[in-house]
Design a protein around this ligand. Structure first.
Ligand code: FAD
Length: 477
């Protein structure tokens, strides 16, 4: 490798663009190939646009309760979805432009086009005018992400049967919306559209919403969505979908039918690993279609790395970005490896969820696997938002904090927060887990008052029945 190695990155989502900037910071010459927009799904059709719309409904929710706060509005709260969408587009455009500016500042070359891997050091790019260009580099980083599913039984037409990308651009609030899939995306859109006044129904195959979350979080979210008027049908299979000019009719496995104006298909994503030359150069692809990588994000072919959603690890923007940094640092001679044990994540429902580490069910199962009595090995602490001075002052009293700890080592195994600013609050326990701090060390930190962070401290104190603002537990001394 020369003193200024050249790295070519295929895809400019949060994986690819962050990898590019990090590589340039470390002195590499960088070329990024992107067929659509800088920022990928996250900036253009995922994290940012969905949150831009949700933030308006969150504000509207609050304003609807304004009289309780002593704020008198002259007229009822109404939404102008077309203006919300225009603002969302401005937010996205600002951020996309920001990446372009950063690329310019770091001297990163951006090539617009569709790329394929030609060999372990070459990308072949079809430019928008059809011309071909070859990019030779010392290393390639595949950051092609994932796509909306294309399921023949749910024929997406962008009008009545839509993906989450298409629903972000609706400018008229539908009267009814069925959401196929009660995972993270399904629940976020249920919160958004129920807030806008749509009659929302979630149809989930599994016995509970958010099946990967802690059970208490799932059941509380189901309750909160129902309070918003959402109908939740779990353990439900949709067998058939038929469109008429004005509606979509869903036939369910139990023989019943339901009619809806729109259907959002929210049932997972496919990896963008096929048709880009990877198989031809011998890159191993797993059974789900994910590109197989090691802890440095190396594929089995020397010089080819892969990062982000396409690796099928945790399909989160910040994981993609971290993987991107790990990959280019490794290419440039640093030995950083990725560690998936501590990944904080947010679910931007209303109220939102923050989570890190194991659920209570996982912690208990792990104790059993290790031959321990889960009732002895795992401790759980909880604290209600409503018991916090800050939550009472701001009116954000819905929700709770839940911490799971190892009784022997006093290490935090996981934390789950449902309530205002949960996705921000989760970083304190996440850092504690990352650096191996004990639960007692975290609760021993002086927490500023009045803040929602005090709930983290009190939940941890509750591990030993010692939360100050909580009633004495029966049976505790
Ligand atoms: P992508 O963002 O998919 O980017 C890949 C890029 O590669 C794309 O721009 C694509 O055009 C380009 N590309 C692909 N193939 C080629 C090719 N052959 N040639 C040239 N270019 C190519 N994650 C969170 O962490 N928090 C959230 O709140 C969150 N909310 C989400 C909400 C929704 C509705 C959705 C759909 C996703 C959300 N995600 C969220 C997930 C997040 O968007 C992804 O995990 C993240 O975008 C993955 O980044 P990536 O760089 O791997 O891929």
């Amino acid at each position: 490798m020369t003193s200024s190695p050249h790295i070519a990155i295929l895809g400019a989502g949060p994986g690819g663009y962050v990898a590019a900037i990090r590589a340039a910071q470390l002195g590499a010459r960088v070329t990024v190939i992107e067929r659509e927009q800088l920022g990928g799904v996250c900036l253009n059709w995922g994290c940012i646009p969905s949150k831009a719309l949700l933030s308006v409904v969150e504000l509207g929710d609050k304003l609807k309760k304004s009289e309780d706060l002593g704020l008198v509005l002259q007229a009822p709260v109404t939404y102008d979805l077309a203006r919300m969408v225009t603002r969302k587009e401005k937010v996205v455009a600002t951020l996309v432009k920001g990446i372009a500016t950063l690329f310019k500042g770091w001297g990163i070359e951006q090539v617009t086009g569709q790329g394929v891997v030609k060999d372990a050091r070459t990308l072949a790019v079809t430019l928008p005018d059809g011309a071909q260009r070859e990019i030779h580099a010392d290393a390639l980083v595949i950051a092609t992400g994932s796509s909306w599913p294309n399921l023949p039984q749910f024929p997406i037409d962008g009008r009545q049967i839509v993906t989450s990308q298409q629903i972000l651009d609706l400018t008229q609030v539908p009267a009814s919306l069925a959401i196929l899939g009660g995972g993270v995306e399904g629940c976020e859109f249920a919160a958004l559209y129920s807030g806008l006044g749509t009659q929302v129904t979630i149809l989930e195959l599994m016995p509970r919403l958010l099946p990967l979350e802690d059970e208490e979080i799932s059941s509380t979210m189901e309750r909160e969505l129902k309070k918003r008027g959402v109908t939740v049908l779990t353990g439900t299979t949709v067998e058939q979908v038929e469109r008429s000019s004005e509606s979509v009719v869903l036939s369910l496995k139990d023989g019943s039918t339901m009619t809806t104006e729109k259907l959002l298909v929210s049932v997972g994503r496919g990896f963008n690993s096929r048709g880009i030359g990877l198989e031809q150069v011998g890159v191993s692809i797993g059974q789900r279609g994910e590109v197989l990588v090691d802890e440095h994000m190396r594929t089995n072919v020397s010089g080819i790395y892969a990062i982000g959603d396409v690796t099928g690890k945790a399909m989160l923007a910040h994981v993609a970005s971290t993987q991107g940094q790990v990959a280019v640092e490794h290419i440039l001679g640093h030995q950083r490896a990725i560690d998936y044990d501590v990944i904080p994540a947010g679910i931007f429902t209303l109220p939102e969820i923050g989570r890190v580490g194991l659920t209570e069910q996982q912690a208990r199962a792990r104790a059993v696997q290790n031959g321990k009595d889960p009732n002895q090995a795992v401790k759980v602490g909880r604290f209600r938002y409503g018991a916090l001075g800050k939550a009472q002052a701001t009116g954000d009293t819905t929700g709770f904090y839940k911490v799971i700890a190892d009784a022997e080592t006093d290490r935090i195994l996981g934390m789950h927060i449902l309530g205002a600013h949960a996705a921000d609050l989760i970083h304190e326990p996440a850092l504690a887990m990352q650096v191996g701090a004990t639960a007692t060390q975290v609760s021993g930190l002086i927490h500023a008052h009045p803040t929602l962070a005090e709930g983290v401290m009190e939940a941890i104190e509750d591990l030993d029945g010692a939360a100050i603002h909580q009633l004495r537990k029966t049976g505790k001394g």
